[in-house]
Design a protein around this ligand. Structure first.
Ligand code: UDX
Ligand code: ADP
Length: 467
């Protein structure tokens, strides 16, 4: 079975970059990415490549090479489904905000709508690939919808979870540690698996392409994210001990990371992990465990999220207590709003919670992020419903220049580890702030010794405060 035509439903942070790289590496396959969001598709088709809806280093070049050749972005969902031999489902699966499993289970309504749409439209046999992060056994739900509502055509369902991390998506797609493909153990299932293996084999060495059964593949994705998030919460738990005892978290991270059994990655203490996956996937895992009556397992994983909440709250609490127990009417500047550097994504960003806490203390916030739009920042805050939209706009101002942002601030808080923050003229910044001038480095990226020499009072996550 040779795939000639791919359709991907969902042109977001996963679908967009993944399909762009597949199209770049497989010029003989036509790849059409569809989305119901017309603005998003228009942005993917924008001739100015700096206006793509997803910011990822190197993505503009990949899109430039493939777009119009064998990569297309469109809102014609039915047509693309009908024309395709293989359909990737890459729509969002947020945590449920209502009903059973509220706040924990994944909301699968977008996935189900896709499955029903595929069933309605498809006139020939198709391979359907789940790309979105999904709870275990979603494939069987998709299969049941397709088989019971379809036009009698045959569907094979594969699970092919995405492991790309935002900010390094293009590199992760070009050189993945592994590609995981789960499928049925039947002969037809194995053929479908092979068809997808053949696509990836265009640029990925065979030994890095792993095939499993569907459920192992689905559970592996949740497990990988749970383990990664757990490492961040573990190092963040140690950062509090460091602050209380005079040890330094960077030294501790280095020391333990040199143990080859532990390894050096994902040991960076921070104001808390964000992103669309970690919290959602762990809560999903917690929900699955509870469903099976495995309360101890559920409690174990839930603690990773509780620790993360604690880390965000203690960061804002520390700002309030350090600024003499009141931030009411004081100006605090945020450098960074994205959940990590090199992305314009803000989903679950620690900055949102820290801002919300400080706004509740009546602080005035000034926010500068090199890639996040003003519209996005207000949308993130309004979504919380903590205060009126007018109040959010009155108390928080978004700036597009860091030096304007800090004017007359009492404190600066680093919420994202953007590289440019390290090279600012910190003397100039100090000169334009109220004194004493405070810095709260939630990412541990600044040279606090040099900043203290200038006169700043510095708090760095996981280190003793330096004056
Ligand atoms: C994650 C997984 O890494 C990826 O494989 C999966 O496909 C999607 O979820 P992503 O959320 O895009 O990717 O970014 P990641 O680099 O994992 O960072 C997640 C969060 O953890 C960020 O807020 C980041 O700042 C934080 N983090 C990460 C730390 O605080 N410390 C670290 O050492 C590493
Ligand atoms: P992810 O990070 O998983 O890629 P995003 O929210 O960035 O998530 O992207 C998911 C995309 O899927 C959105 O652009 C949304 O409009 C799109 N989408 C959701 N449901 C459908 C659907 N039924 N048909 C087409 N597109 C859809």
């Amino acid at each position: 079975m040779t795939i000639k035509n791919i359709c991907c439903i969902g042109a977001g942070y996963v679908g967009g970059p993944t399909m762009s790289v597949i199209a770049q590496k497989c010029p003989n396959i036509k790849v059409t990415v569809v989305d119901i969001n017309e603005d998003r598709i228009a942005a993917w088709n924008h001739k100015d490549l700096s206006r793509l809806p997803v910011y990822e280093p190197g993505l503009d070049k990949v899109v430039e090479e493939a777009r119009g050749r064998n990569l297309f972005f469109s809102t014609e969902v039915d047509k693309a489904i009908n024309d395709a031999d293989m359909i990737f489902i890459s729509v969002n699966t947020p945590t449920k905000t209502y009903g059973k499993g509220k706040g924990m289970a994944a909301d699968l309504k977008y996935i189900e709508l896709c499955a029903r749409q595929i069933a309605r439209v498809a006139k020939q046999d198709k391979i359907v690939v789940e790309k979105s992060t999904l709870p275990v056994r979603t494939a069987s739900a998709i299969k049941s919808i397709l088989e019971n509502t379809g036009n009698g055509v045959q569907f094979q369902i594969l699970s092919n979870p995405e492991f790309l991390a935002e900010g390094t998506a293009v590199q992760d797609l070009l050189h993945p540690d592994r590609v995981l493909i789960g499928g049925d153990t039947t002969q037809e299932g194995q053929k479908a698996i092979q068809a997808l293996v053949d696509i990836y084999a265009n640029w990925i060495p065979n030994e890095r392409i792993l095939t499993t059964n569907v459920w192992s593949s689905e559970l592996s994705k949740l497990t990988a994210n749970a383990f990664l998030a757990q490492r961040v919460s573990s190092i963040n738990a140690m950062s509090v001990i460091c602050e209380n005892t005079g040890a330094d978290i960077n030294e501790v991270s280095k020391a333990i990371g040199m143990d080859s059994r532990i390894g050096p990655k994902f040991l960076k203490a921070s104001v808390g992990f964000g992103g669309s996956c970690f919290q959602k996937d762990i809560l999903n895992l917690v929900y699955i465990a509870k469903t099976y009556g495995l309360d101890e397992v559920a409690d174990y994983w839930e603690q990773v999220v509780l620790m993360n909440d604690y880390q965000k709250n203690r960061f804002s609490d520390n700002i309030v207590s350090t600024l003499y127990n009141t931030v009411s009417g004081k100006k605090i500047t945020f450098f960074g709003w994205a959940f990590k550097k090199d992305t314009n994504d803000t989903r679950e960003s620690a900055a949102i919670k820290v801002a919300d806490n400080l706004l509740s203390e009546k602080a005035n916030l000034s926010v500068y992020d090199p890639k996040v739009t003003e519209e996005r920042i207000y949308a993130d805050l309004d979504y919380l419903n903590s205060r009126s939209e007018e109040e959010n706009r009155k108390l928080l101002k978004v700036q597009n220049n860091p030096y304007n942002a800090i004017k007359n601030s009492h404190a600066i808080a680093i919420l994202t580890e953007w590289d440019e923050f390290k090279t600012y003229d910190w003397q100039k910044i100090y000169d334009n702030m109220h004194k004493p001038a405070f810095i709260f480095d939630g990412r541990g990226i600044l040279d606090t010794k040099a900043l203290s020499k200038i006169g700043f009072i510095c708090y760095k996550i996981g280190s003793a405060t330096t004056v």
